[in-house]
Design a protein around this ligand. Sequence first.
Ligand code: ADP
Length: 476
Amino acid sequence: MTDARIRRPSLINLRREIIEGKLIDTLMRTAIEYADAARGLLILARNDEYRVEAEVTTSDDTVTVGQRQPSVTAAGLPESILRYVMRTKESVLLHDVADGNLQEREARIRRLVDSNIIGIFVWDLDDRISDANEAFLRIVGYSREDLVSGRLRWRDLTPTEWRDADDRRVAELEATGTAQPYEKEYFLKSGARVPVLVGAATFGGRHDQGMAFVVDLTERKRAEEEIRESERRYNEVQMELAHVNRVTTMGELSASIAHEVMQPIAATVNNAKAALNWLNAQPPNLEEAREALGEIVKEGNRTTDVIGRIRALIKKAPPRKDALEINGAILECIALTRGEIVKNGVSVQTQLAEGLPLIQGDRVQLQQVILNLIINAVEALSSVREGARELVITTGKGKPDGVLVVVRDSGPGLSSAGLDRIFEAFYTTKPGGLGMGLSICRTIIEAHGGRLWATAAQPQGATFQFTLPAQSNQAA
Ligand code: ADP
C-alpha cells in the first residue's frame, strides 16, 4: 500500500484503507472464482480517468491480490471492451478471454479502426451506434460528441428508400453472421446524402451486435458520372458530325446538281428567247426558229441525262450492308431533328413495334430517308395555323417479312396532282426547295429492295410509308 505510506495517513485513514483493502481482496477473489477466470482487474473512475485499482491473478491454485493504480493501457486489457462496458453499463461475457492472442488481435483490430482508411462503426440491432472511428464520422459529417451523446442511430442515417435493402441485410446478418457489401446512401448531418458501400459482420456468437465497414463512394460516383457524361458528349458530337456530314453531302449534292442542270437550263432559256425573236421577225425566220427549238430539245435531253446519271450514281454506289435495327435508327433521327421539331411546335409520337427483324442496309442512307420524311413533315406542319401539329411515326412488320415504316403528319396534305408528282426530280412547291429529296429517298429505298409511297392521311395530312426487307439470313 504505497499510497498510504506516501500520504502518512492518520490512524482512522489507515483503518479505513485496511478495511477497504480487505473488501477489495474479498471482492476480487469472489469475482474471479464466480467467473472462473485466470485474471481480474478492478477499474474505477477517478476524475476523468479510469484507473486499475486492483489486480487478481490465479496461478497454482493460490490467489494473489495486488493493488495498483496505473492508468488503463491497451496492453493491460482489451480497451474496446472497457469502453463498451463504460458506455453501455452492461456486462459482457467473452468466451475466449484466456486466449493469449486476444490482446494482440485486439491491438491489430484497433490499428485497423484507428488507421481510418475506411469508416468503421459498432452497431446493434436496437439501432445504436456505440462506437465509430474518425473516418466514419467524417463520411457522415458528425462529431464525436454526437456519437458519445448517443444521437447517432443507423436507421435514422438511412434514407427511406434504402430501408428495405437494410432489412434484407439484417436478415442476412441474423442468418449467416455477415452481410455482403452493398451500395446505399446515408444522410449527412447537413441533410445532404452520401453514397457508400457498406458491409457488416456480427460479433462472434452474438447476432444482435457487430461491426460495419463503410467506404465513401462520392469520388467513385463522380468519376463514373464524368465518364458517362463524356460518353454522352462523345455520342452527341458523333451525332452532330454525322448530321453535318449528311447535311454537307446533301448540300454538295444539291450544289453539283444545280451547277450541272443550270447550264442546260440557261441554254434552253436563251434558245427559247432566240426562237421567239425569229418567229416575231417580219417575215418570221422559220429555219432559225427550228434550229433554236432543236437546241432546246437537246438541252432538255441533257438535263434528263444529268439527272439520270445522278440517280444511277446513288443506285450504283453499293449500299453498305449494316445489320440495322430500324427503331433505333428512327429514334436517332428524331433526336437529330429535335431542334426543328420543338422550334415549330410539333408534337412527335412514336409507335414502334417490338421484335421486328433486323434489316440490312446503309445506315447513313436510310437515315437520310427518315430525316427527309421528318423534315418534310415538319415543314408541312409549320404552315398549320389552327389545330394540332402532329407527327406520328409507326413501325410494324412488313409483308411477307421485313419492316414497314409509316410517317404521318396532320399538315395540309397533298393535292392529287402533287401525289402524282412529288417523287419526280425537281418537283417542289417550296420557295427555296430543290425537289430532289423524295426522288433521292425513293432511289435509296428501291436500292435496298424496298418501296416508298405516299397517300393522303385521314382526316388530314400526308402519309409516307416505306418497306424494307429483313436481313436475308433471318428472313422467314
Ligand atoms: P423539297 O422538300 O425540296 O420540296 P421533296 O422532294 O422532299 O423536295 O418534296 C417535294 C414536294 O413534295 C414538296 O415541295 C412538297 O410540296 C411535297 N411534300 C413532301 N412532303 C410533304 C408533306 N409531308 N406534306 C405535304 N407536302 C409534302
